[in-house]
Design a protein around this ligand. Sequence first.
Ligand SMILES: [Zn+2]
Length: 339
Amino acid sequence: MSTTHTVKPGENLTTIARKYGFSDWPVIYNFQSKEYRRRHPNPNVIFPGDQLDIPSKTPAAQPAPEFSLTIVDSNSGTPFVNLTLRLRFPDRTESTVITDRTGTVTVISGPSAQFGPNDTFDLIDAIDGSDTPPIAYLEPKFRQSGIRVNSSFVFHIPDKRAIADNIATKLKITRRSKWGKLTPNFVAMEQDWDYEIVALHHSGNSGESNPLEIEQKHMVTKHQWQDVGYHYIVERDGSLFEGRHLAFKGSHVELANTGKIGILLTGDFESSRLNWNSTTPSSDQLKSAGDLITELKSVFSTLTKLGGHLDYKKDTVCPGDQLYSLIPGLRTKLGLGGP
Ligand SMILES: [Zn+2]
């Protein structure tokens, strides 16, 4: 079946093709008789009054129902690549899929997965396992139920790995994987995120003068933790070290670690104890700590408070009076409240 089109002034094959729902002019040209094409060797040269046969547009076959889900980093909006997703199909079976370069997974109804256009999917798990440490998104808020087939669903979750990487790159922080002698037990650690508080610590009398000593103390000699307790360590010369990966809950304020980023400034800043080594934080150390907190604040909109260890635990003098007395000034400078 076809119709006849009479060319009007100003028309060309492209405009005529579009008029009838075709994206390319050759569809029209090739449909004409041999005689027409012999008389019109140049497809672009047509004249008002020419008669063209227009093919009837066959309706496209009904596409198979398709489920597609795109995951993007909630901070940057960039696609979340290589994220392993666990989906639950409408028939309650489960499947593991991995997001592509555009952060998308697409499942088409077929022999391996059968569903109709009105079915729904559940996202029950997401694991960023592309490198150490594996970061799982097991929190209930990251799960999604009833995502409809044939809807283009974009799901925003924080790319925790990328966020920690960016902070480290920006501030030239020595990564845990570079300085550590021991490997954290990532699978055994509880996760945390959406931090609200930065808690400052000092080394005190008990050593902890550098990251390796802290690692020994926290993982071998004093405690047998899965990793060092602090998220970051700031040495006297201002150099920054990554401790426990930000995706994991710290161990620095007993029984109250949730929502707190732990930062240790090395040194003994408590002057009331009989101690030859007590001192004040160096200006380099305070500058680096300030830069780090500023960066953390820009990443976590939930981060509104800065305090010292003793604000959150009664029987400690940490971070020492010499650092504690500086915290109100830091709060003002960094735009944070307390404690
Ligand atoms: Zn402390």
